[in-house]
Design a protein around this ligand. Structure first.
Ligand code: ZN
Length: 138
């Protein structure tokens, strides 16, 4: 639910009990229908995960957010998909390798050890909001 952070600054206007107009800071308007689980940004229908517009609309309508998540993400449905035996794929040796590949010599990349400590934190992309893992729990 990384969309929680981007839900901030959105303006929610109720249209009916289940539908909302959500305006963002860039002046764009989105139409959210919580009953149909749809938003005009199309992300809600496609992923069956509420987009930031749907999240703010759900907060306004006092709707429990997990009820908006598609059934495909439920543990029961997910478990059913893998309920059958999954047989291992037999080895398929590449016996038809072209001579160019067979004769090629692959050397490991030369090490380029730079001075200083290695970076452990990722630099977020433009417009990306880093969210703490603890806030991802619903
Ligand atoms: Zn949306």
């Amino acid at each position: 639910m990384r969309h929680h952070a981007s839900s901030a600054g959105l303006d929610v206007l109720p249209v009916s009990a289940w539908t909302f107009q959500v305006n963002d800071l860039d002046g764009r308007s989105f139409y959210v229908d919580l009953e149909k689980k749809a938003c005009s940004c199309r992300q809600f229908e496609k992923l069956q995960l509420p987009c930031c517009h749907a999240l703010v609309a759900a907060a306004k309508a006092n709707i429990h957010i997990p009820t908006l998540v598609g059934k495909w993400y439920r543990v029961k449905v997910f478990g059913k998909a893998y309920a059958e035996f999954i047989k291992p794929v037999p080895d398929q040796p590449d016996d038809a390798l072209p001579p160019l590949v067979q004769d090629a010599q692959f050397k490991p990349p030369e090490k380029d050890n730079k001075a200083g400590r290695r970076m452990t934190k990722r630099i977020p992309s433009a417009g990306e909001h880093m969210v703490k893992a603890s806030s991802l729990l619903l």
